[in-house]
Ligand binder design. Sequence first.
Ligand code: HEC
Length: 187
Amino acid sequence: MSKETNRVLGHADESDGIEEYDNPLPDWWLGLFWFTIIWAFGYGIHYHFIANRSQESELAAEMAAADARWPTQAEAMAAALSEFAVTAEAVTAGEAIFTQYCVACHSADLSGGIGPSFLDEEWVHGGQAADILRTITEGVPDKGMVPWGGILSPEQINQVGAYVMSKHSEATGRSIEDIVAAGAPSA
Ligand code: HEC
């Protein structure tokens, strides 16, 4: 603090009596001041040119993360369908789901009631695996079939679908391969 002169600049008359000393800035303050300027250059060069970041790329990365975290129902269905298989475990798990959620309308033996039977050759909304899973997911709200996509997980829908298809296959003799066959959904 030895650089202080405590000389008064003498413009109190211009500034409502507030006086100003003519003292130099303290070294620590000046040091911080220059440091922030040098830091800003270094950081700016690093941000834009070395790390190659930008607000656009940051936004894009956040949107991609959000899409992965909250897929649309169509994406979730497509992802689930690619994992769909009629396995013994899926059928067993599906039977429990069917008993809990579906028997009220499709009956315990799948012969139908309020909703249609799954034991005949008739499918209102298509009889390929992709159709059946889509009908279960999206429902037919106008006709009283619940959109289960909002209630069951894609895995559970796969399981209950596998159960319905295995029972349909047993009753009609139509092979699981034919039901699951890749190719365009039939409706
Ligand atoms: C509240 C009654 C109700 C419940 C509960 C219900 N469904 Fe349905 N479901 C229906 C009705 C009604 C239809 C016929 C819709 C139509 O005619 O368009 C249907 C149609 C279907 C179809 C399409 C049949 C076809 O011919 O294309 C499938 C598959 C199906 N349901 C599966 C299920 C599964 C799996 C569950 C349980 C997770 C379930 N449903 C629970 C009423 C119900």
